[in-house]
Design a protein. Structure first.
Length: 306
């Protein structure tokens, strides 16, 4: 499981996401700027019920089946549970297509695309399931959770409160070609050059931030003890440095989506650092977005590395 810390055709500019002029009805088709914190998105209201539907379908016993079992080792009952979840993922993928078109944000659209692509890939893998295919499901979970947490930062106001305090970053050096949501493809179909560096980076960060576990994230900073306040103050530069490392590693990739996901994760980490001195429970969603995004990269790498 994840380390927890969460084509178009035609000529033109290599960094032009739509060289053919086809935009597939995407509201975000012309969003080519830096990946930044999202402070509003019209697709959020519709995502909640869809996400809840998928979570409900997975509570049919599928969530407790031993993931190390191959399809050839499943009982009849286990197979039925996998098939049911696969169908639920197809249903969610179909419903998510309209949200991918609706959102005005490139990074949000890419997250919806990954829900679609990996959900369909997981369903397709079920008849001949191997343990590595579980990473397809975890990418779906990571992307779905990232969307939900981005929406939570908006609904609880933490995105609007802290986005202005985070400096803009450079635009991406690579942009993924636009695609129809109906034919969304996984953002990693082969191992990326950065893949072998994500696990040690995430594990190191988890070790360096162990003191955060001593702080009750459900309590605001006004209720922290002096020791907890001291721990939070010490964590701030660690998190800031980690955000820099995540962005730099992402920018080494020529994969436009991976680069966007890494930079977006770094920006939400930076917002969380700014929020720490006056932390409220709503600010935890900023950190959760970053966790989901880096976990998604990690899991996508594992899915193609076998």
């Amino acid at each position: 499981m994840a380390v927890t810390i969460s084509v178009t055709s035609g000529g033109g500019d290599d960094n032009d996401p739509t060289p053919s002029g086809e935009t597939f009805g995407l509201a975000s088709a012309h969003d080519t700027g830096p990946a930044n914190i999202i402070t509003e998105d019209p697709s959020c209201a519709a995502w909640g019920p869809i996400n809840k539907q998928l979570a409900g379908a997975q509570r049919n016993g599928w969530e407790s089946i031993d993931r190390s079992l191959r399809a050839s080792d499943w009982s009849t009952d286990q197979r039925a549970k996998y098939v049911a979840v696969g169908q639920a993922m197809l249903d969610v993928a179909d419903q998510t297509e309209r949200l991918a078109r609706m959102t005005p944000h490139r990074t949000m659209r890419q997250l919806y695309e990954q829900v679609i692509a990996y959900a369909r890939a997981y369903n397709e893998a079920i008849p001949s399931y191997e343990p590595v295919d579980n990473y397809l499901a975890t990418v779906v979970a990571d992307a779905a959770s990232a969307i939900a947490n981005i929406c939570a930062t908006i609904s609880y106001g933490s995105a609007q409160a802290w986005a202005p305090s985070v400096s803009d970053v450079d635009p991406p050096s690579h942009l993924s070609p636009l695609q129809s949501p109906r034919t969304s493809t996984p953002f990693l179909v082969s191992s990326d050059g950065t893949c072998n560096q994500w696990e040690p980076l995430l594990r190191s960060f988890k070790s360096d931030t162990g003191s955060w576990s001593t702080i009750d994230a459900s309590k605001p900073a006004t209720q922290w003890t002096p020791q907890q306040r001291s721990s939070a103050d010490a964590l701030a530069p660690v998190i800031e440095n980690f955000a820099t490392d995540v962005e730099e590693l992402g920018r080494r990739s020529s994969n436009g989506a991976l680069q966007d996901f890494a930079v977006l994760a770094a920006q939400y980490r930076r917002a969380f650092v700014h929020a720490l001195p006056s932390y409220t429970p709503a600010d935890s969603y900023l950190s959760a977005v970053a966790v989901d995004l880096t976990n998604m990269i990690f899991d996508a790498c594992k899915a193609v590395e076998g």
